[in-house]
Design a protein around this ligand. Structure first.
Ligand code: 5GP
Ligand code: ZN
Length: 114
């Protein structure tokens, strides 16, 4: 989508610190990190939110999980653990309407969220 900042990151129109890329997904450092490691993993294809996951695109979600495990190992999070977050819609706190999973780690994270 032309006005989507994450589509622009996929296209390279907006710079980002990429940590992983393949034909289906891109992962890059969050510009406003909430933990020592805070990476966003997104499909290259524009999907607005988890509400749009269906039979045609759900393979991307399983692929994202494989990529998250790889990045967690690469970033040294695997032994101590990490958190995967998806915010959906207004009450969920979603601010960018392109599907993304937050990978957070590198410190003890609190629960429950605010
Ligand atoms: P949400 O609130 O939608 O779950 O998460 C959006 C995330 O995108 C936020 O953590 C925010 O810091 C991050 N973000 C927003 N704009 C940019 C950007 O231009 N570059 C990067 N790297 N992260 C961004
Ligand atoms: Zn997009």
């Amino acid at each position: 989508m032309s006005d989507c900042i994450f589509c622009k990151i996929v296209d390279g129109e907006i710079p980002s610190e990429k940590v992983y890329e393949d034909d289906k997904v891109v992962a890059f450092n969050d510009v406003n990190p909430q933990s020592p490691v805070h990476i966003l993993v997104i499909p290259k294809r524009h999907i607005s939110s988890v509400k749009e996951i269906d039979d045609d695109n759900s393979h991307l979600v399983s692929h994202i999980h494989l990529v998250i495990n790889k990045i967690a190992k690469d970033k040294g999070l695997y032994e101590k653990g990490f958190r995967i977050v998806n915010n959906c819609g207004e009450d969920g706190g979603q601010t960018v309407n392109h599907l993304h999973y937050h990978l957070l780690g590198g410190r003890q994270l609190k629960w429950p969220p605010g």
